[in-house]
Design a protein around this ligand. Structure first.
Ligand code: FES
Ligand code: FES
Length: 174
């Protein structure tokens, strides 16, 4: 069957097996390898992308279910970010500045999930809301503290964070 979608603003169209997962369409058809596969069973969130602006685990959807839709992957957040760090997306910059990654495998999915969490926030985000919002994204390296710090910093920059930075509340400890 033919499936066509916009990925990061670029039209991508291909004949695919009806059972092809969206994550494989993104990685193997569109050639965008920034979206990782950690489990294939909806558990880890490494494959998180934005579908019509909302975060989804792209291993839980068939490519056919995204036919005609608009998808954003990590590569679409800051197209020039790899060559020009000053053009990183604010969430990417917050992860960098707050050391929100170690091996980096979960990071594209985490960044997309945080981006969606901030965009969809109906009330100011605090630490509990961030932790709850990221429940579906697993990280085996960081212990989550710095990921949450990064998410809150990005939320502050977007004007949707509750309260002061944790480091400020703790007397400026980084
Ligand atoms: S690869 Fe999709 S949730 Fe783990
Ligand atoms: S930084 Fe290694 S899995 Fe999260």
């Amino acid at each position: 069957m033919r499936v066509e979608m916009k990925i990061n603003g670029r039209a991508v169209s291909a004949e695919v097996e009806p059972r092809l997962l969206l994550v494989h369409f993104i990685r193997d058809v569109a050639g965008l390898k920034g979206t990782n596969i950690g489990c294939d069973t909806t558990s880890c969130g490494a494959c998180t992308v934005l579908l019509e602006g909302r975060s989804v685990k792209s291993c839980t959807l068939l490519a056919a279910q995204a036919d005609g839709a608009s998808v954003t992957t990590i590569e679409g957040l800051a197209p020039d970010g790899a060559s020009d760090p000053s053009s990183l997306h604010p969430v990417q910059r917050a992860f960098h500045e707050h050391h929100g990654l170690q091996c980096g495998y979960c990071t594209p999915g985490m960044v997309m999930a945080v981006t969606s969490l901030i965009a969809e926030a109906e009330e100011p985000l605090d630490e509990a809301a961030v932790r709850e919002g990221l429940e579906g994204n697993l990280c085996r390296c960081t212990g989550y503290h710095n990921i949450v710090e990064a998410a809150l910093a990005a939320a502050r920059e977007a004007g949707v964070a509750a309260g002061p930075a944790a480091s400020e509340a703790e007397g400026g400890r980084p």
